[in-house]
Design a protein. Sequence first.
Length: 433
Amino acid sequence: MSPLFSIVIPTRNRADTLRYTLQTCLEQDYDDYEIVVCDNSDNDATAELISEIAHVRIKYVKPPEALAMSANWELGVSSAKGRYVTVLGDDDGLCSYALREAAALIAHFGDVDALRWGRCIYTWPSLRVARWANRLWGINLVKSVERVDMHERLKRAAKIEVMPDSLPMIYCSFVNRRMLEQLRELTGQVFGHRIPDIYSAYAIGFLARDCLDLAVPLSVAGISHNSNGMAQLYDPDAKEIVEDFTNLNARAGLTFHPAVPQEDTVWTPIHDAYLSARDRLFRNDPQFDLDLRAILLQHRNSIPLKPEERRHRLIEAVRVSIAHDAELLAWFDALPAKGDVDWAELTPTSFGLHGTSLSLDTSRIGVANILDVVRLVGALVGDDGKPFHYPATTVLEPIVTEPTAVVEPPVTPIAPPPPALRRSWLQRLWVSR
């Protein structure tokens, strides 16, 4: 019999953080679930870790050659048997109450399309940008649940009013298997984009109309020394990670959308993923048209003044992407520089309680890894092993929707790389999730 939940963990050469991630998954106070580890590594450390743990819940999957991140996620999700599926990063953690609470909510509300939660974020001590390490933020202490139509939120995402993780991104949602099967039927695959987590937010957000939106975090997103996003955008010393990620994507035919800047500003992955999901699923629906000026403004505001060479390169990449529209280009060129943008603006500038959200300096409280963090989060949100109480005012009636109309033709699935390229990339030791 298939389990209620599948926790899919795609991984590549990160046995050191994966050890703690798996422990968070095994400390659940709920039994009806499986863990799928999809090992994209080119060394034996992960296989040895799985053998060492030797737990009956863990299903180990190993592709025959190194895959792009998206293809590894595809393999992991296709290997999952649960009715609801989530993807957990190999430096992330699942809160011990997560499956218990998700099961109780699904039992109460019925067979919803997805259950999305607001995740908190933790920067590991191993982060190479040391001044950003040992931070935990976004711990929402409010226990509330709302039943929402994600089309309304997708419209706001198109206007750049909300971030992709406000949608049922598979990184912070339990997604009903039927949504994944529908997405695969319509486009040939679940992911098929170089940034699969962000892409999933928009693709699933379009298909999954009837969703539960939970305020309290069920997982913690970890950012460690091997995180791809950190390497791409903020860590100039992580060139090996960037090269591995880029080349595996190129080999799989996963490149930038032609209408976006062909360099990664902080906003390029969001811009790219949105347009890719739109092209495949809702190209002819004007209510989801992207507000181009809004996202161009975000591109401009995220470009740092220094180093100057990078600043000029990123600005020119944005300019080239809109060079066909003289009026839009003139508008962009007139935008003032925001200033010396530092990613620290996205992390806590002060610690403590901000409204209902808590931020902490974890170096001061003996936290060393993601397992410590999820245990701490459980204590902070008041988990006592009993089901949470949610205010009655947030319990809404089921949403009745018409079937989503999709008019776009299927997208060809990722073709396997030529054998010669497979052999050469098996020799790489660099990290891509």
